[in-house]
Design a protein around this ligand. Sequence first.
Ligand SMILES: Cc1cc2nc3c(=O)[nH]c(=O)nc-3n(C[C@H](O)[C@H](O)[C@H](O)COP(=O)(O)OP(=O)(O)OC[C@H]3O[C@@H](n4cnc5c(N)ncnc54)[C@H](O)[C@@H]3O)c2cc1C
Length: 466
Amino acid sequence: MDFDLIVIGAGPGGYVTAIRASQLGLKTAIIEREALGGICLNWGCIPTKALLKSGEVYEQLSHLADYGIKIEGRSYDFAKVVERSRGVAKQLSSGVAFLMKKHKIEVIDGTATLQKASPAPKVVVALKAGGARTLQAKNVILATGARARTIPQIGLEPDGEFIWTYREAMVPKACPKSLLVIGSGAIGIEFASFYRALGAEVTVIEALDRILPVEDEEVSVAARKAFEKRGLKFRVGAKVTKLSKTKTGVSIALEAAGKAETLEAERAIVAVGISGNVENLGLEALGVAVDRGHVVIDTHCATNVPGLYAIGDVAGPPWLAHKASHEGVHCVEHIAGLKPNGLTAPIPGCTYAQPQVASVGLTEAAAKAAGHEVKVGRFPFRVNGKAIAAGETEGFVKTVFDAKTGALLGAHMIGGEVTEMIQGFAIAMTLEATEADLMATVFPHPTMSEAMHESVLDAFGQVLHL
Ligand SMILES: Cc1cc2nc3c(=O)[nH]c(=O)nc-3n(C[C@H](O)[C@H](O)[C@H](O)COP(=O)(O)OP(=O)(O)OC[C@H]3O[C@@H](n4cnc5c(N)ncnc54)[C@H](O)[C@@H]3O)c2cc1C
């Protein structure tokens, strides 16, 4: 037996799993075909936040007069903006290499495939350096992640120049003058926000009837208004029928309210979802159950094949880094016989646009659909002292409670730095807090987080500052 555990894929799912495995005394190897840190550190969470920070700083410069500060003109060096983002990604990827070494995890650079064996499938690695290694472990965890979903039949696939997925959108040579973004989920909205902040004319096309469709409807409405104020344009309820290249850019044919229409721009970003990396792994020969592009797992992330587990993006939504890590830790603790708690903790979701959006748990509509009688509280930042002092009065906090038990079912926020605040409600939900616990919690003054407290008070008719 070469290892106790082999992890395939070194994204936030795989590398965190490997560290936890090493802490638990398992002899562990991790196989990565591209770069340590996966999509998250190299092409996703981290480099987008670096780009967005540049956009945010640049946008803020146009509001300095509001703070009594004068500057003459403003400009940016686009190549430097992108270079900074790549530097941040590289720094974090090197950090993962350090962590692997520290935890004595063997990193194998290459592409893994699986072959039938016992007690777990054999792992054959085509090494980057040439040659191959065949390895046997007691258990194997698939953490191969996902990639941008493409729909070639209607032209929704990158050409590397005019039509981008997140990969091309992350490292463009120049900021396009005009941009069409197909899809208004977190990835589409974040790129739209970044390019708009740097001056591009951006139109976001969404097939459903509202943007950020997984968010609470009130948040979607407020987000659209806030983004439109910054010059973003939206076409909702619009179905793209064809995306094609023109001599100078792209052309999109769409159908909205029964009418056909064409939009043109210099570039397009396809952000219509995610497909799991399930191909070329040997899953078919092993008989691994796969459903709509994702490996099917049980409550401990086990597949239907003994000794083979799957975590993170390859195992299905929500496609989030913290979900991948959380599943990985749970899975490896289960393998080590620790009997971890079930995978029931609520998973927060964030969109790092201007303003930010963050949520955890059920939307009001989902809570009602699940049969809850609800009490709903809201508190706007426009009457929050810190928000007024900071000049960040956009947005609100909304909380949804079960009217009978007082259990917090969901929290939804839009505004400055709400992605840093949502964790308060995530902890509350994980600890099964009720309205009484939240009301009895002391929030520091002055902070934007006081709006969280007030939203809870509002749900039970005790709001103080409204
Ligand atoms: C633009 C963008 C922004 C995002 N922003 C956020 C955010 O702000 N917050 C958030 O939580 N999530 C965000 N995400 C999602 C997040 O990146 C993913 O949910 C996360 O990376 C999933 O982790 P993972 O470990 O499952 O897979 P991945 O990070 O995809 O890692 C999988 C790894 O497996 C490797 N691999 C695949 N097949 C093989 C093989 N056969 N052999 C060897 N190696 C293999 C791949 O090369 C890859 O490195 C964003 C995604 C994108 C695209």
